[in-house]
Design a protein around this ligand. Sequence first.
Ligand code: S2G
Ligand code: ZN
Length: 487
Amino acid sequence: MTANTASPLSNEAIVAALSAIVGPQACLSQAPDLQPFVTDYRGLYVGQAAAVVLPNSTEQVSQVMAWCHAHGVVVVPQGGNTSLMGGAVPEPQGQAVVLNLRRMNQVLAVDTVNDTLTLQAGVTLNAARKAAEDAGRLFPLRIGSEGSCQIGGNISTNAGGTAVLRYGNMRDLVLGVEAVLPDGRIYSGLRGLRKDNTGYDLKQLFIGSEGTLGIVTAAVLKLMPQPTASSVALAAVASPAAAVALLGEAKKTAGQAVTAFELISGPALDLVLGYLGKVKSPFEARHDWMVLIELTSGASAEGLDQTLMQVLESGLESGLVLDATLAQSGADAQTFWRIREEISDAQTRTGGSIKCDVSVPLSRIAAFIEEATAAVLALEPQTRMIVYGHMGDGNVHFNPLRPADRPAKDYLGAFYEPISRQVDSLAHAAGGSISAEHGVGVAKRDDLSHYKSEVELALMWQIKKALDPQGLLNPGKVLPAPVAAQA
Ligand code: S2G
Ligand code: ZN
């Protein structure tokens, strides 16, 4: 099934028809205006579009989708366009319409009795977290791009981030979804029930499917109790295996309070300190590995600090921990988190890395890191191993950094394939996933054919064809071309 991109209409006819639906101000067609919407976050994928539409309601989304469906015009849904996998921009050729949801940015209801937050898809994650906080609650999804990513995109990519260990990823935080289907019909599932066993759980079709089965236009999210205290520490550890053992100790001692457990390699710390400039290293000596540990709870702050100190002291006694520093203030905690969260931008600003967003069972993660490091250095001995991320939930960003003497086109081009393939195959062999939280988009689409079974790929294609038989919604993303037999 191929996307029906060769619609007989001219771009002008498409623009005229869609302007009549969303208004001429909300229908862009000039190349300079289109550029930011057809270029992905990393500037690696640039697409072609006949128009960008910015609807302000579900009804307008429905009418745009119905018109495009009737005329065989491709639609690419887009939120904050922060996808790292090229999932939210159109293909390089064609007359796609980018449908950006940023004007649908209203918080519709904050319900502190049912503990639900109902909002439109274009609300940024920051704004959603603020609406929860203002109501004395927590919406716990926490990712570095929260200032620009939108709830609709978080849902369609099943976003994860630094608090998954405690609160799960977006799939665990969504109670209801409203979505526009490829033919323009509206699926209205904005219910906030914790229990509803009345047939297939249809909202799950739109969570993590990256805008290929429907356009998320609104959602009902879970609200959690607002923690009144948190305690954060950076601990230098002997190895990833020591980090895994320390995580076990922390869970044993602090239980549910363990909210984040983030691994940071020595090269990653060097890179981010160099990028931040004024931030001092948290440790006197240089260490190859460290972890950021955060405990949060409703209990008092000193109780949490004592608990975290207990974990660190027992780690120091057992040799798991080589050095540790406990945040003495909110400012300290902010600095520790800044060190962790700026690693992402530090890579981009230092020439770019090959992003391997993998997850493996915790019991295998240390061996995986060792094997993958050896494999990458055998291919490219000068690589700096930027390894960091959400060890607590088994997800590691294993991002070999481009050596300074390698031109970007070589490294992210010629070297990308062999390095990415090596890392992915080792993660798969360890029982893991080649994309833990960033999704598939274009970047990992073809790799899926190596790592998903024939039955899985066939099922996904059957669902895609059932909802989008013309292949108009976000074509070329997520699903590798079907094997002839399945087409
Ligand atoms: C993180 C951000 C994207 C990346 O920092 O947790 O998900 O790999 C990443 O730089
Ligand atoms: Zn991450």
